[in-house]
Design a protein. Sequence first.
Lengths: 382, 246
Amino acid sequence: MLRFVPLTFKNLLRNRRRTILTVASITMSLLLVGVLLSVYAAFYFRGGTEEEALRLIVRHRVSLAMELPQYYENRIRDVDGVETLTKFSWFGGKYKDNRPEEFFARFGVDPEQVFKVLSEVSIPEDQYQAWLRDRQGIAIGSSVVNRTGLKLGDRFTLVGDIYPIDLDVVVRAIFEGPEDNNSFFHWKYFEESLPENRRGEVGTFYIRVRSPDDVPRVAQAIDDMFRNSPQPTKTETERAFQLSFVSQMGNVKLFLLSIAGAVVFTILLVSGNTVAMSVRERIQEIGVLKTLGFTSSTVLSMIIGEAVLIAFVGGVLGTALTYLVTGLATEMLVGFFEGLIMPWWGVFFCLGVALLIGLISSIVPAIIAARTRVTDALRHAG
Amino acid sequence: MSEETGQGEQAVELRGVVKEYRRDEFSVLALNNVDLDIPRNDFLALMGPSGSGKSTMLHLIAGIDRPTSGRLTVLGDDIGGMGEKELAAWRSENIGYIFQTFNLIPVLTALENVELPLLLTRLSKKQRLENAKTALDIVGLSDRLDHYPRQLSGGQEQRVAIARAIVTDPAIILADEPTGDLDAASAKEALNALALLNEQHGKTIVIVTHDPHAARYARKTRYLEKGDLLPEGQLPEDWFATTAPT
Ligand SMILES: Nc1ncnc2c1ncn2[C@@H]1O[C@H](COP(=O)(O)OP(=O)(O)OP(=O)(O)O)[C@@H](O)[C@H]1O
Ligand SMILES: [Mg+2]
């Protein structure tokens, strides 16, 4: 079979423009499939870090928009397996003129605990102490610094939107780590700024448990504890918590898969048509090959081989482009997609899809060509 | 594959061969009960009006089409009873086929075109190229190995096609109007190549032709008319009226 490979290559060079266009369209569609796959993987398959596996997030069972009573904190701390926890309240608000490229998340937290829970974060000790001491201090991630140009000592006002207050803060610390598009201020300062009737509530609690084995039990214990209270809880891993945002966007999984499916289907039709066209043009040549003694199955595999080769080249290029694009996207979309990189299995998936496109698109024309009787094939002059 | 055959054995034997093309309602009797013996090392020309069944006969002998009924023995093998795969292998070993329109593969060089049938053999790349060069040498094209078909004249293209037909050293060479697309000089080149193969290499050759000049290279000419093979020496009615004056 290998000895037919050079012939296959030469057949592909026969109509260079068509070959290039076919490769290009398979490349582009696999790029699309690859990117969708990476998004899908970023949402659903990203394996958490060891530290992440130790974190649980407690929120209101009904909705993230509803808050939990502050006194839950002590009851949660008493659950066996909980090492430490911090309040974690989304403030929302507006920084300057709200330009999206300057967006960063703002949370009210317990400064003594927050970096024990977010243990991957690294922060210079002196800055940490300074932030701890200043009740108006805010700690910001390095990505926030990059995008807003804020620096130590800068003062600014966060204009409230969910809450009827403005917070004046001073940058006291800059930290690095996976959460570096966030900023943290003292929950107490935030609480005290609120009108009386809105105090005593917390958005979420971030917990660090002692060992990963404790995770399911601790989550269960917390939710059981508040099951019958007016504010029941939902305790889940950080991963699951992030996914619940995704599912707010609708059935993302189905959406991504159906776009990818439509793309693959379209390219199947396009490349099927191309193969059929090139077979039709060459039917007389196929008659000649058969006259020389080529069997139907050799003809069949030559045609399929050509299509698979084209698709494979397209697949390799598409996969390579996917890496490029997801890499760029990761750099540009810091924050939301922490790692929009195609997973290793995505490479095999994309190449597999490419090979299948080659195979499926050529199987029918190849069978037709292989089955055409030699005399009929030879009659198609020109 | 073919058993060793003694003197007087026929290269081709047709017995009561009928070929009927059926398309929906109507049917065409392309060959009507044809008996024919072609001895080994013969050079036979088949002539006859258009549609008389010449190509059909060549297709049957080559094993690229099957008779509707009758017996077809080529080089001692009953090719009517072979399966598709077996027949393809048999063809690659025993038959060299030459077309009117040369039918070279345009993306392959002369050498690669001639090498093509050898891809089906067990020969190494080196041996394949050697044999292909030898075949091109026989047709006098040693200096055109790396030319593509479009860089060759019609006569040269047809000689490449002849080289492709003989590269596997088949016993029988079949040519369907090999000079039909050639000018007189090129036709002569091609026919000389065929005559050489017949005389010096012992090939059995059957050509279909409309050209009386071409037929003169053959040892014998037989005529077909409306599917009937006319007895030796007999010409179709009005034959001279319908063919161009020589
Ligand atoms: N595949 C086919 N299907 C239907 N009819 C066919 C087929 N091949 C040949 N025929 C018919 O069989 C008859 C003999 O055809 P054939 O090609 O053998 O003629 P020919 O003598 O080679 O003619 P020409 O000199 O024009 O090449 C013709 O009537 C032709 O129309
Ligand atoms: Mg004919």
